[in-house]
Write a protein that binds this ligand. Sequence first.
Ligand code: SAM
Ligand code: SF4
Length: 335
Amino acid sequence: MTAPLIDPFARAITYLRVSVTDRCDFRCVYCMSENMTFLPKKELLTLEELDRMCSTFVRLGVQKLRITGGEPLVRRDIMTFFQRMTRHLDSGALKELTLTTNGSQLERFADQLYAAGVRRVNISLDTLDDQKFADITRWGRLPQVLRGIDAAQRAGLRVKINAVALKGFNEEELPAITRWCAERDMDLTWIEVMPMGDIGNEDRLGQYWSLKDVRARYAQHYTVTDLAERTGGPARYVRLEETGQKIGFITPLSHNFCESCNRVRLTCTGELYMCLGQEDMADLRAPLRAHPDSDASLEDAIRAAINLKPKGHDFDYSRQRLDGQMSRHMSHTGG
Ligand code: SAM
Ligand code: SF4
């Protein structure tokens, strides 16, 4: 039996998020600057290396894999990787294979994802207005994403919409987005803007709409009940009594969620980030590449990294300044 991954704070690490590319077909204003420099392709783990990496984590007790990016579905041949992961679902070692996507490529890939064993997908969507969507994503077009969502639901994938709460941008749309999700039987989670990476001239404090305020906005329209449910992640849930809908809030800033953290994040170059809000990382590509025929060194490196998982992050907007600002972009670690 391989010993499971337990960090120094007795948290079992059972969830791996993998960013398979830093590239994206959108340029969301809170995520990227307009002119991004992306990694040279040779820096990236190959799909075979990603397979080895993820399979090692699964052997060490990871039960949930979330594929993200950048935009995971723009990586060439990424379906091959999903198909390779199916064997871990079949063996029962992996309980869930899922992804976070901007939805732009789902029309093309939804059926293949379902065939590979994906059952749920998170789709990021901040507005239902064509023009606002084009403004916030810079390069995205809403109809293409809506077709992607249709395709995902048709394929049998359960869809959760992730919306970044942006002051003065989607505040007024809250009831409309909520209703739209209810009509389509999709879950909805709001995310607070986090201080990740240089985004050019955009103003982060100006973008920041506290989820406490979002909750208060819901309370103007609905009877809101807090739910005890936790998923080991940063999300907290409420139920809207009038519709029965469950709404998630990801509040790394106004509410600290670290004590139950069960996850680590792997970048497309093989860096393992033990915490989204800290700069510490471990290079797993070196031991992987140094020993093509054995995963023993890689396993050792993973265990050593998990031993360094910090207690929590230091993000703080409360004093009206950006404490805990990260130099890397969200697309680097995939959110
Ligand atoms: N491209 C895919 C997508 O947009 O869903 C996956 C990667 S994206 C980095 C993952 C999530 O991070 C998205 O839901 C996006 O809205 C969110 N995100 C990006 N930058 C963020 C930031 N600075 N603060 C909070 N959420 C952010
Ligand atoms: Fe791309 Fe996702 Fe970042 Fe938007 S949030 S730029 S879709 S990686």
